[in-house]
Design a protein around this ligand. Structure first.
Ligand code: SF4
Ligand code: SF4
Length: 187
């Protein structure tokens, strides 16, 4: 059974409750007159860190050729299966994507595709504001993704290190040894 409270106890309880309510109103009033940080958007967009994970691009080598060799690693590692492509051999002998598609309506911008890419072709950019009215407009094709520059690593040239005989004969790429004639080392 509850004990009856004396008058000083009731007054203290009332004052505690009033102080709590006053504190809540004070916090609300403080925020009411604080300048909102989103006020100027979209006229002013706050600069994003260079490694922010936004819209994805396909970059090019310093020679202007496509970096993507359509190895399927990015699509294989993508946790939401939003990357698809078809590989083909280009006129210069390089393997490339005949078509390359990303569904940004499914992308969660985790960056795993960029980490998996052996040629630094696929890169996430700080661009985050590309809303669409129709969900099908979030499906970007290769021509929407392919840019004219090298992105974060403009000097990287995959084919200069890969030793593939596309653009230069075997043994003439950067740091590559002459190919071994296996018949010459037979016993
Ligand atoms: S950022 Fe993540 S979810 Fe988006 S395409 Fe790359 S791997 Fe897939
Ligand atoms: S973007 Fe990179 S990981 Fe994806 S298919 Fe092209 S080369 Fe492979």
């Amino acid at each position: 059974m509850d004990e009856k409270k004396d008058t000083p106890g009731l007054v203290r309880e009332f004052l505690d409750g009033a102080a709590g309510i006053a504190g809540s109103y004070a916090a609300t009033l403080t925020h009411l007159f604080r300048k909102p940080i989103t006020e100027q958007y979209p006229d002013y967009k706050r600069p994003m860190p260079p490694r922010a994970r936004g819209r994805i691009i396909l970059t090019r080598s310093p020679d202007g050729k496509e970096r993507c060799v359509a190895c399927y690693l990015c699509s294989g590692v993508c946790p939401v299966n939003c990357i698809s492509m078809q590989s083909e051999e280009g006129p210069d002998g390089r393997r490339r994507a005949a078509w390359f598609r990303i569904n940004f309506a499914r992308c969660i911008y985790c960056g795993l595709c960029e980490e998996a890419c052996p040629t630094l072709a696929i890169q996430l950019t700080p661009e985050f504001a590309f809303c669409k009215d129709a969900i099908e407009d979030f499906v970007y094709e290769k021509e929407d993704l392919l840019v004219t520059h090298g992105g974060k690593d403009p000097d990287y040239d995959f084919y200069a290190h890969a030793g593939v005989a596309a653009g230069a004969p075997k043994g003439e790429h950067l740091g590559e040894d002459e190919p071994v004639d296996v018949k010459s080392i037979l016993p």
